[in-house]
Design a protein. Structure first.
Length: 94
């Protein structure tokens, strides 16, 4: 593999690791900490609601998509963007 391709792969792995760590942090946070993180991360209202439905109400992606009349992939994309914003906050990286 060339240098550029391996760096791109490494960045993707790091991003996935950050998202997983962010998800774990949300799962292990108290409700007060959870809502404080959402507010501080400056998520969109829909991202906040999606995360609340996923982590507080324990909805599946399909249930969330049905609620918003959106495709499941749209919900997953919103989740990734929210994880990225929260990850920057939690790990203090841009």
């Amino acid at each position: 593999m060339g240098g550029r391709a391996s760096k791109s792969f490494e960045r993707r792995v790091q991003m996935l690791d950050k998202r997983k760590a962010t998800r774990t942090a949300l799962e292990n946070s108290s409700r007060t900490e959870f809502y404080a993180l959402l507010k501080e991360a400056k998520l969109t209202p829909r991202q906040e609601e999606i995360l609340e439905m996923r982590f507080v109400k324990d909805y599946t992606y399909v249930q969330i998509a049905f609620y918003f009349y959106l495709d499941v992939n749209t919900i997953k994309a919103d989740m990734k963007k929210a994880y990225d914003k929260l990850g920057r906050l939690l790990f203090k990286q841009n």
